[in-house]
Design a protein around this ligand. Structure first.
Ligand code: FES
Length: 103
């Protein structure tokens, strides 16, 4: 899979999360201290968009529905009731543009 231009970096600057769609896949971009990460946007526990959640200490995203957590950098399910990891997507930022390589 090749890199896809998904958003200007300015779109996530000053934001915690940014929902995007790539080839029909719903993906969430995260701004973790200025570094961009991407996972599938839907929580693996239920029908909730992680882009509506809150970033917590330690680089975790908290699901807005039942407050389960995932590690933004690895997709690993960290907090109950989540047990299934999130799929992560590769990201690079070049020239003020965010590029994503779908998993
Ligand atoms: Fe995300 Fe339940 S839907 S924790």
């Amino acid at each position: 899979m090749s890199w896809i231009n998904v958003a200007p970096y300015a779109d996530i600057e000053g934001e915690e999360t940014l929902p995007i769609e790539v080839d029909g896949q719903k993906i969430c971009l995260y701004n973790l201290d200025g570094k961009v990460f991407a996972t599938d946007n839907q929580c693996t526990h239920g029908d909730a968009a992680l882009s509506d959640g809150l970033i917590q200490e330690g680089g975790l995203i908290e699901c807005p529905l039942h407050e389960g957590t995932f590690d933004i950098r690895t997709g690993e399910a960290k907090g109950a009731p989540c047990t299934q990891d999130l799929r992560c997507h590769e990201i690079k930022v070049e020239g003020g543009v965010i590029y994503l390589r779908p998993a």
